[in-house]
Design a protein around this ligand. Structure first.
Ligand code: FES
Length: 153
């Protein structure tokens, strides 16, 4: 399994120049492929890009959109684009964090929900927007968000 992971990551990394400048793009590709970036994956990326593990770890933890654990049954993504931000996306994200008892980038203990953020979904007219499992929900507010959450098994 680990060997397999190493091979798959090597495949991704070899499409990019070595070094730190490729790091964010490589991490995006790994997350697209695996859904998250495990500690083991971070070590392999560091080795393959010839940069330090602490650099990789620093970037993965700094950016909210990178996940370090497998996603839960439902992936909730709050838009943090400008239009959504202006219309209260921050309040919606805070309400979600409070209700679920997790921070952005984390998964609930029962592995039911993972909370993430993204840039503009291209549905700014419906701001603030939340995406759950690929479906867009517009004009959200903390109360609507709680009602919506209750519908997910
Ligand atoms: S800014 Fe949120 S959908 Fe465009």
């Amino acid at each position: 399994m680990e060997e397999n992971l190493q091979e798959q990551i090597k495949e991704i990394v070899k499409k990019f120049p070595k070094g730190q400048d490729s790091l964010i793009e490589v991490l995006h590709k790994i997350q697209e492929r695996f859904g998250y970036i495990s500690e083991e994956a971070q070590k392999i990326v560091a080795k393959e890009l010839r940069i330090s593990q602490s650099k990789v770890f620093g970037v993965v933890t700094f950016y909210h959109f990178f996940r370090q654990e497998p996603i839960g049954k439902h992936l909730i993504t709050v838009c943090r684009g400008t239009a959504c931000h202006v219309r209260g996306a921050g309040r919606v994200a805070n309400a979600l964090e409070k209700t679920l008892g997790i921070k952005v980038g984390q998964t609930t203990k029962d592995r039911k929900f993972t909370l993430g953020v993204a840039r503009c979904f291209g549905a700014c007219g419906l701001a603030p927007v939340v995406d759950i499992d690929g479906k867009t929900y517009g004009r959200m507010n903390p109360n609507k968000m709680k009602e919506l959450l209750a519908k997910f098994e």
